[in-house]
Design a binder for this molecule. Structure first.
Ligand code: MSP
Length: 523
């Protein structure tokens, strides 16, 4: 039976235009889905929007729209951006979808039947933009610890979810599943700082606004965002609906990607909701870091927001994706600077990869009229060394990608590219041509083409357009030569005719000009 792989992104708040931070989460999930597909999995990716809540209602009012008109517009915009970024999601859930609202009502009824919910009075410091209450001790200088804005003391009648009831089970689960939250330091943070010291019950309803799903037993309350939001991962699969085929097929999720800002909700409330429903917990939740700017978080008021459209229009989709995926290391925050963007473009894409392809295509045309002659594995030490090195690196790439260390995986792929460039210097094809050593020259050309083919396979999940361009220039049309397995058991066939004149993959950027361009196009 085909192995399945279910991957989810957070559902984003449709409160404003998405910046490269949101785009990064989406690209990361899309790349992992593509990788899994290439490895033979039946991969399914869910993304969507978290459309309820006070903040969305406020944004809509400020634009003179109803909340529904506002979120409809935002959903269009989000889908347009994901199309521009060629994101291969399988489903796009909106929490205003009828399928979601109906299932959430049933879920809440189940919580009520279980005796997990009680009515109480909530008092706390409330941050409107973050829609979160904080305790006194969580505030930083009397302000919201997440966004730094003013908080308001508020009291209201609310429903609560009895988290304490599940505390022991959650502790046991964490102890038995040490890899549940990645990276490990996040897991330790959540376990040590929040779970071990004792859970607070969670307030799950509000009466202060009405843009949300109503509490089934008490409609003056609307569900406060986390029950509504987190359950999207299962309602999208048809959980609690007439047709739960997808739920049966894909749940539990193999990987849930979130930003570090919301790992607490995914590491504590989400598993407890699932325990209360009696369904399995996801296999892994991965919290990535934030993209930050020199002067802190991206914000419109600082004018330091980078939008993905700007980078894509000027530098192309693959270059934008490469920057995001290569620059963000596993779980850590990463600084965005125009200098790094341009530098990485020039060194990795234009120089290393672009030149390797260009030189190879040029030489095969010049020396062999564009025909690749296949060679058996030669015993030449330089060739053996190149082959062994490449095979070893492929193993390492797999290890990194299988644990979702995408940046490390790409770095490893680039060592193959550098090694192959070095192979040209070592074999000196121009000297072989002068000496008319056609046999050796053909061998060298074949090894170059083969390594480029392998690189095209390896980068396919991350830079699919570039990968296709390389295949095209090498004259590779057979899909059997594009599979992951082909890295180990296939080679370019006899008399493959390459392109006569290849377009450069990436044209070197003028450093100063482009740094200035990016800087002046932040908003
Ligand atoms: N709606 C909730 C999530 C509910 S999931 C059941 C939410 N939405 S959000 O619009 O604020 O998006 C949060 C996500 O966007 C983060 O978890 C992260 O994945 C991504 N990012 C937002 N800003 C980011 C950066 N500056 N850098 C990287 N990712 C960022 O929270």
């Amino acid at each position: 039976m085909e192995k399945s792989f279910y991957i989810t992104t957070p559902i984003y708040y449709p409160s404003g235009k998405f910046h490269i931070g949101t785009a990064y989460t989406e690209v990361l999930a899309d790349s992992i889905k593509r990788y899994k597909k290439l490895r033979g999995y039946n991969a399914y990716m869910l993304t969507g929007l978290d459309e309820h809540g006070q903040k969305i209602q406020q944004v809509a009012i400020s634009k003179g729209l109803t909340p529904k008109e506002h979120v409809d517009q935002m959903a269009e915009d989000a889908k347009k951006l994901w199309e521009l970024m060629d994101i291969q999601y399988d489903d796009f859930i909106r929490t205003t979808d009828e399928r979601h609202e109906k299932a959430v009502e049933k879920i809440v009824n189940k919580f009520i039947e279980n005796g997990d919910i009680y009515k109480g009075e909530y008092e706390g410091w409330y941050c409107m933009p973050c829609e979160t209450y904080f305790t006194e001790s969580q505030l930083v200088d009397g302000k919201c610890p997440d966004c730094g804005r003013e908080v308001k003391r508020m009291t209201e009648e609310s429903y609560f979810f009895n988290m304490k009831k599940y505390q022991d089970r959650l502790i046991k689960f964490y102890e038995e599943n040490p890899g549940f939250i990645q990276p490990e330091f996040r897991r330790n943070e959540i376990f040590g700082n929040f779970i071990k010291p004792g859970l607070e019950d969670l307030c799950i309803s509000r009466t202060t606004f009405d843009w949300g799903i109503k509490m089934p037993n008490d409609p003056k309350h609307v569900l406060y965002v986390w029950v509504d939001a987190l359950t999207n991962y299962i309602t999208a699969l048809g959980y609690m609906s007439d047709d739960d085929t997808l739920f049966k097929k894909y749940w539990p999720a193999d990987l849930q990607i979130v930003g570090k800002d919301i790992i607490r909700f995914h590491g504590i409330y989400w598993p407890i909701f699932l325990m209360a429903l009696g369904i399995e917990l996801p296999k892994e939740i991965y919290a990535h870091g934030y993209i930050v700017m020199k002067d802190g978080k991206m914000s419109k008021s600082k004018g330091n927001v980078v939008y993905p459209e700007m980078l894509i229009e000027r530098y192309g989709l693959d270059a934008t994706k490469y920057y995001l995926l290569r620059n963000m290391t596993f779980g850590q925050d990463t600084l965005f600077t125009p200098e790094d963007f341009v530098e990485l473009f020039n060194s990795d894409l234009a120089n290393d990869l672009g030149n390797l392809l260009n030189r190879t295509i040029g030489m095969i045309n010049k020396y062999f009229g564009g025909i690749i002659t296949p060679a058996d594995d030669s015993n030449n030490v330089i060739d053996t060394d190149l082959r062994n090195f490449t095979n070893e690196q492929i193993e390492k790439v797999e290890e990194f990608l299988d644990t979702y260390h995408i940046s490390n995986g790409l770095a490893q792929i680039w060592t193959i590219i550098s090694r192959t460039n070095k192979y040209i210097d070592e074999t000196m094809p121009w000297t072989l041509a002068k000496e008319e050593n056609k046999e050796r020259l053909a061998e060298v050309m074949f090894n170059l083409a083969e390594n480029l083919r392998k690189v095209a396979v390896l980068i396919a999940p991350f830079l699919p357009q570039t990968s296709e361009k390389i295949f095209l220039q090498l004259g590779i049309t057979d899909s059997n030569l594009k599979t992951w397995d082909s890295l180990k058991n296939k080679k370019i066939e006899a008399n493959t005719k390459i392109i006569e004149k290849g377009e450069p993959l990436f044209i070197r950027l003028d450093k100063d000009e482009e740094i200035e361009y990016i800087r002046t196009h932040m908003k």
